[in-house]
Design a protein around this ligand. Sequence first.
Ligand code: HEM
Length: 108
Amino acid sequence: PLGDPARGEKVFRKCAGCHAVGAEAANKVGPQLNGLFGRTAGTAPDFAYSDGLAREGRNGLVWDYDHLDAYLENPKALVSDTRMNFRGLKDAQDRHDVLAYLRQFSDN
Ligand code: HEM
């Protein structure tokens, strides 16, 4: 395993203003992130995505590990017109840890 989920829970504090996971998770500024791995980009129910992220999903972007790693490192490098205004996690271990944490809320 690349990441430590317990450490990732702490990294997720940087995301939690905009995103929720877990049993009571709802959409906030960003979509809820349950079931993220294997989900087509831009398809969480009842969330109003940017045209850019919705387009990427229609074009076949599925959130696998490598695409999530790239998006979290620099969101606008992967999807130039995404509305996620987050500078990104520049540290690779931070990304691995937060992805290990998020994977606990996914079946894939
Ligand atoms: C979208 C993860 C930080 C706001 C997304 C998506 C992921 C993600 C995976 C795509 C979801 C999908 O396609 O359903 C994360 C993680 C973060 C983080 C792990 C912390 C490391 C933030 C922050 C904000 C934010 C701090 C608010 C300032 C959004 C918004 C979208 C989004 C608005 C939708 C983007 C669009 O429609 O283009 N995030 N995010 N995120 N996130 Fe984040």
